[in-house]
Design a protein around this ligand. Structure first.
Ligand SMILES: C[S@@+](CC[C@H](N)C(=O)[O-])C[C@H]1O[C@@H](n2cnc3c(N)ncnc32)[C@H](O)[C@@H]1O
Length: 171
């Protein structure tokens, strides 16, 4: 009986991991070194609302949440990563971070001041019309590794040893 329950939990975790990997990207965290680079570009201000789309175990959320005046929202489709981020939140007592279990494509971004994502490059193309429709003018966007096709970055943070970061401001 107990074995069957464990098997079922394992299956649910594996299924949601696989589903998220196909939907947006498999879980690969942003390099620790690069979280500081991303946050520097985003330059989050007090009271700003920051979204990490496909938040994994909360890499960027935790780093952004060190500033208690920033409201941080992570959206993650895979149950396992989401559970780990919730545990991290409980341990770190970071009450300005909210982790939502859900699909980033079904998350309304109209109240976002800043957005970060690290997904598969073909997903950036799919995400672009949603960002253009929902983000307010002036909202800041940082994409990791790949640029958003068709957008002109305000700044590209290039590095020889690490992936590029692309910074955009919505018009
Ligand atoms: C490459 S990882 C990046 C994780 C984290 N943002 C980071 O930089 O460390 C992509 C994450 O997006 C999640 N994901 C993929 N498709 C998604 C979707 N449609 N909605 C929400 N999360 C998704 C995956 O489960 C995975 O954790």
């Amino acid at each position: 009986m107990f074995g069957n329950i464990l098997l079922l939990i394992g299956f649910i975790l594996l299924f949601s991991f696989g589903y998220a990997a196909i939907s947006g990207a498999p879980w690969v965290p942003t390099w620790r070194h690069d979280t500081a680079r991303a946050l520097k570009l985003l330059d989050l201000q007090p009271e700003e609302k920051f979204y990490e789309l496909g938040s994994g175990i909360g890499t960027l959320c935790v780093a952004a949440g060190h500033n208690p005046q920033v409201q941080v929202i992570g959206v993650e489709l895979s149950l396992g990563q989401w559970l780990i981020s919730q545990i991290r939140k409980m341990i770190g007592r970071t009450y300005n971070i909210q982790y939502r279990l859900g699909n980033l494509f079904q998350t309304n971004l109209s109240d976002a001041d800043a957005v970060y994502f690290f997904l598969m490059p073909e997903v950036y193309e799919k995400l672009r019309p949603k960002l253009e429709k929902e983000l307010r003018p002036g909202a800041k966007v940082v994409s990791y590794v790949w640029p958003v096709p068709g957008w002109e970055p305000v700044k590209v943070d290039k590095s020889e040893r690490f992936p590029n970061l692309y910074f955009y401001i919505m018009r």
